[in-house]
Design a protein around this ligand. Structure first.
Ligand code: SF4
Length: 233
């Protein structure tokens, strides 16, 4: 099929369609946490395997039972509970700092008010918290029970988008969240935006590897400048 690779919106849509054929549509959300729990989960997950950050999250709940108790606990105890994730010595004080700030800003430890805000405004609000960038704010809005329309871009997603020539690597993962989201069809539902996050990430995990991408078995080879160069070497 001939596609217009110079119109980025069309190109992004074609990539989405092909990858959705491969990895599926209406992909099941992997979490159903309230937004505050999703925020803590996101802070734990930075540079950590899902299994380990999931264990750290479970440990926190088992040990303290509520975010108020996590906020007020001795930091060493929080650090011990989240030991399965990377940098527990940095994440424990950061999580407590965020919980204290939320209490100061909002009075209670609950982020359900974000549901009444416009998504961009809610993300901006979240990004004023320490350690919360565009990927984390998008994750809270999309993955939590808010199920809002926001596109988190992880390192796999970013790599695939760069190799396809959709974005320049120089913009960095932070800015890529907004740029890539703005290239999606405006009428995409929150589920379709989530699907886009999932299919791009899965493609990076299963085919477009960091080292030695499997271009010969890639459904995007005919439209990928990096793949074309690789297979023609
Ligand atoms: S053709 Fe190669 S570089 Fe391009 S998206 Fe596919 S695996 Fe990645």
């Amino acid at each position: 099929m001939l596609i217009n690779t110079t119109n980025k919106e069309e190109f992004v849509f074609e990539v989405h369609q092909r990858l959705s054929e491969l990895y599926g549509r209406d992909i099941k959300y992997f979490h159903d946490l309230d937004p505050l729990s999703e925020l803590v989960s996101t802070l734990l997950s930075h540079r950590t395997k899902n299994r380990d950050s999931g264990q750290a999250f479970t440990n926190l709940m088992d040990a303290f039972g509520s975010w108020e108790n996590v906020r007020d606990a001795p930091t060493e105890e929080v650090q011990a509970a989240i030991a399965p994730c990377t940098w527990p010595e940095q994440k424990a004080p950061r999580i407590q700092q965020v919980l204290r700030l939320l209490t100061e800003k909002h009075g209670v430890l609950n982020l359900s008010f974000l549901a009444d805000m416009e998504v961009r405004a809610a993300r901006q609000w979240l990004e004023e918290l320490p350690g919360v960038g565009p990927k984390s704010s998008a994750a809270v809005m999309s993955f939590s029970s808010l199920r809002a329309k926001a596109l988190p871009v992880d390192s796999h997603h970013f790599r695939v988008a760069v190799r396809l020539g959709i974005i320049d690597a120089k913009i960095g993962e932070g800015k890529a969240n907004r740029v890539l989201e703005d290239l999606l069809p405006p009428d995409f539902t929150a589920q379709e935006v989530y699907d886009n996050h999932q299919v791009m990430m899965r493609h990076g995990q299963k085919v477009c590897f960091h080292y030695k991408p499997d271009c010969n078995n890639c459904v995007l080879l005919d439209v990928c400048p990096t793949g074309q160069k690789t297979v023609n070497l």
